[in-house]
Ligand binder design. Sequence first.
Ligand SMILES: NC(=O)c1ccc[n+]([C@@H]2O[C@H](COP(=O)([O-])OP(=O)(O)OC[C@H]3O[C@@H](n4cnc5c(N)ncnc54)[C@H](OP(=O)(O)O)[C@@H]3O)[C@@H](O)[C@H]2O)c1
Length: 318
Amino acid sequence: MKAATVTGFGTSAKIVVSEKKRPKPAKHDVLVEVYCSSVNPKDWKLNKAITSLLPDVGIRPFIIGDDLSGIVVETGSEVTAFEVGDEVYGMDMRLRTSACAEYAKIAETRIAKKPKNISHVEAGVTPLAALTALQGFKVANLSKGQRILIIGASGGVGTYAVQIAKAWGADVTAVCSYRNVDLVSSLGADHIIDYTQGDFTHKKDSFDAIFDATSYESARTCASLLKEGGVFVTTFGQSKGLYSAIISKFVPVKHKTQSVTVESYTDHLNELTELFEKGKLKTILDREVAFEDIDEAYQRSKSGRAKGKIAIKIAEGI
Ligand SMILES: NC(=O)c1ccc[n+]([C@@H]2O[C@H](COP(=O)([O-])OP(=O)(O)OC[C@H]3O[C@@H](n4cnc5c(N)ncnc54)[C@H](OP(=O)(O)O)[C@@H]3O)[C@@H](O)[C@H]2O)c1
């Protein structure tokens, strides 16, 4: 089968599509014929770290990718929830899934039936980014009527975050640049802050929660924006968010930092499915890239300018 792997080291690392052996599902896995996958910033950050540290032996070259949408073609001996022919979507992290390939094995607990009203392209880019937003709001205990500030509202995570927060009944203030004001407004944000117009973190406000998809900020830099007892949630994709999450575990701080480490669960995916099928959630596609052009998808993600998600079309004609 065709599969995407990393070749080269550090900054010269490149994604290539080559022939790899089709995986065999273990007893709790299904084998999915992958129609669509996506790129997430974690992919190139991890690839860069791993290709810098590990020589081309052992686990290298591994097949990249976490998100998938496709059709079940084989089930492990103890799989109970899915059968051959089911259209599914889901993801698995930490090198447990190799989704950028014509076939991928994945645990049945990490997938759900694909929403009926969206395409495989829309479903295949959803899981990692949308689950990050959903799980971030669960961590924040976000509830109806609360005011939330979402930083990084125009990216993969942010475009889902704005819509999910609205669907949960929150009042959403979204931070994005002037480039994406129309897009983010169209997702239902109640108020917009253009981060290019000056440092918004110095303003006084009383948000119940801040969800920082960029992780450029911290509970300390956003202290004047949060009410007493307000929660700051970071995706810790950058060092600032990571350090503030670690420090707040050991040092008394005014506002607690919570972090989200995304994981895929069938019931969380089903929550997303319900939102899609009720018309409360849609996928924003920055671009769709053919499998052979996968490196272009990575370069676009690395630019940090993606508006929504970047799809990698594994199957032709979807
Ligand atoms: N912890 C976890 O489990 C987890 C899960 C998923 C993602 N993450 C991390 O979360 C981060 C976001 O992921 P993503 O997929 O949403 O990334 P992304 O799609 O690459 O984000 C790109 C978007 O960020 C916006 N942006 C850039 N700088 C900004 C700023 N200073 N303020 C506000 N918006 C800004 C860009 O808009 P402009 O062009 O207008 O600036 C662009 O639309 C990454 O660091 C990722 O590694 C962590």
